[in-house]
Design a protein around this ligand. Structure first.
Ligand code: NAD
Length: 487
């Protein structure tokens, strides 16, 4: 094993010396490379964790937990701030790496790292304090929040930094040891984030394991792991829950979304359209909480559609993530691209009208798809009922508040939803009837480190962020303290 302990990244971000276990780089016998989504060329050699590597990391995490769980809040806070500073010092390199591997436009990567810094610095200030349930002269009853043990953070490919550290930060701040597992599609940024943590956190407190598809299931079934916090698809989330059930370990699931965005007839179209269009197409639609079903009141439907088409043509530029001004990069991976091609084909085969786009280029290198607006497809259309995770949105007409709320709520997903209107009383009334973990009036996709975030129905179980999210990484104890011993 090669000991490294400075807070510099390996000078060249193409180099990965191994997984990060117990404060050291641990090389693996085999390595793997992911594919650049813009060129389809292989990227850098990353470690391929074995089951032994996982066992090793779990054992070190369990040892580290013994001390880390007793560390005071001030110490955890200090290290979290130092970690944020180390990331900030390397952010340009990390943002570029994030863009290269995840295919997101560089501007979006910059936004992701703005958020990472804001989130970590906010987490450093957030402390769970005991509740006092009851007290009198004779006794006091507290509710305490105790760290659970070893937390595994399983991360998707679309926001490897924010969604990874959005789990790691609260787990560390509440006194747990963490093993982060990046998506096999995007291992690089997360490995570098682990590398930066090596000189800051005691060995074993924060480890990173990169592997292939076998690693996730090994983690969820591992008896030495106490909590799994997972972000990914609904399908995988159900597998994670089933696997965690075997050892009755707790799992927090942040899953897919198919958010409804409802536009009322009193809006000023010119004012709200740029934001709505951007929140539909940014990052090629590959964000869990984008607007994925647009419901526009019939009185303004045609006018809104025309403006949306115009804006998209003018501003929604398609291209490689490192090209300037790009809003829609390629789809991140071949598997996702094949799924998306099926959605585009279904629109064609079903004879739905498109107001814009509708095709996938044939021959070019890279997983590109044309930004597409489907014009008033039926509620049963695949593009309405499935999360496409690509740059394609259905625009649908509605006529009454009750009807549109029912249609918005009709799916088994409930991550986010929004209502746009000048009449705030009406908008809030509709908003309160929407079944989603986050509901916005005149906005969409607002998140903050101190506000709980998560899904209802099949969009997830549990909450991330906010003190509510911190509590997920704790065991509750009702602590009864009698002030003297009574007969
Ligand atoms: P995915 O479910 O394919 O993979 C997510 C992670 O789970 C990866 O690290 C993967 O290696 C791992 N994994 C795969 N199979 C596993 C198994 N059987 N056991 C344990 N781990 C396993 O998801 P993805 O394609 O990476 O991400 C896209 C999906 O994630 C979309 O549906 C999107 O809406 C959702 N998402 C949700 C949120 C949210 O916060 N709710 C945020 C981002 C993405």
């Amino acid at each position: 094993m090669q000991k490294q302990s400075n807070n510099r990244l390996t000078p060249c971000y193409q180099t990965y010396k191994g997984n990060i276990i117990n404060g050291e780089f641990v090389p693996t016998a085999e390595t793997r490379r992911t594919i650049d989504p813009a060129t389809e060329e292989p990227l850098f050699a990353a470690p391929l964790a074995t089951r032994d590597d996982l066992d090793n990391a779990v054992q070190h995490a369990r040892n580290a937990f013994k001390t880390w769980s007793k560390s005071p809040f001030a110490e955890r806070s200090k290290l979290m701030l130092a970690y944020a500073d180390a990331i900030e010092a390397h952010r340009e390199e990390l943002e570029r790496l994030d863009t290269i591997e995840s295919s997101k436009p560089l501007l979006v990567s910059k936004r992701e790292f703005d958020n990472v810094l804001e989130w970590l610095r906010a987490f450093a200030t957030m402390e769970l304090k005991d509740d006092v349930f009851d007290q009198d002269d004779e006794r006091i009853i507290y509710g305490t929040y105790n760290p659970v043990g070893v937390v595994a953070a399983i991360v998707p490919w679309n926001w490897p930094a924010l969604l990874g550290l959005g789990k790691v930060g609260p787990a560390l701040m509440t006194g747990n040891a963490v093993i982060m597992k990046p998506s096999p599609y995007t291992p690089y940024t997360d490995l570098k984030l682990g590398e930066l943590a090596m000189s800051i956190y005691p060995p074993g407190v924060f480890q990173v394991l990169s592997g292939d598809d076998a690693l996730g299931p090994w983690i969820t079934e591992h008896p030495g792991i106490d909590v799994v916090t997972f972000t990914g698809s609904v399908r995988t989330g159900k597998l994670v829950a089933a696997s965690c059930a075997k050892t009755l370990k707790k799992c927090i699931l942040e899953l897919g979304g198919n958010d409804a965005l409802i536009v009322c007839q009193d809006v000023d179209i010119a004012k709200c359209l740029p934001k709505i269009a951007t929140l539909s197409f940014i990052n090629a639609g590959q964000i869990c909480m984008l607007a994925k079903r647009l419901y526009v009141h019939e009185a303004i439907y045609d006018q809104f559609k025309e403006a949306l088409v115009q804006f998209t043509k003018e501003h929604v530029k398609n291209g490689g993530g490192l090209e300037p001004g790009v809003m829609v990069g390629p789809v991140q991976n071949k598997m996702q691209y094949e799924l998306l091609k099926g959605v585009y084909q279904d629109v064609k085969d079903s004879g739905y009208q498109v107001a814009l786009g509708g095709s996938i280029p044939n021959s070019n290198k890279g997983y590109f798809a044309e930004p597409t607006i489907v014009d008033n497809p039926p509620d049963t259309a695949r593009i309405v009922v499935e999360e496409p995770f690509g740059p394609i949105i259905p625009l649908q007409k509605w006529s009454s508040d009750e009807e549109v709320v029912e249609r918005a709520n009709s799916l088994r997903l409930g991550l986010g939803a929004s209502v746009w209107a000048k009449d705030l009383v009406r908008a809030e009334r509709m908003g309160r009837q929407l079944t989603a973990g986050s509901v916005w009036i005149n906005s969409h996709f607002d998140v903050a480190p101190n506000i709980p975030f998560g899904g209802t129905k099949e969009s997830g179980i549990g909450r991330e962020w906010g003190l509510e999210g911190f509590k997920e990484f704790t065991d509750r104890t009702s602590l009864w303290v009698w002030k003297k011993i009574f007969d």
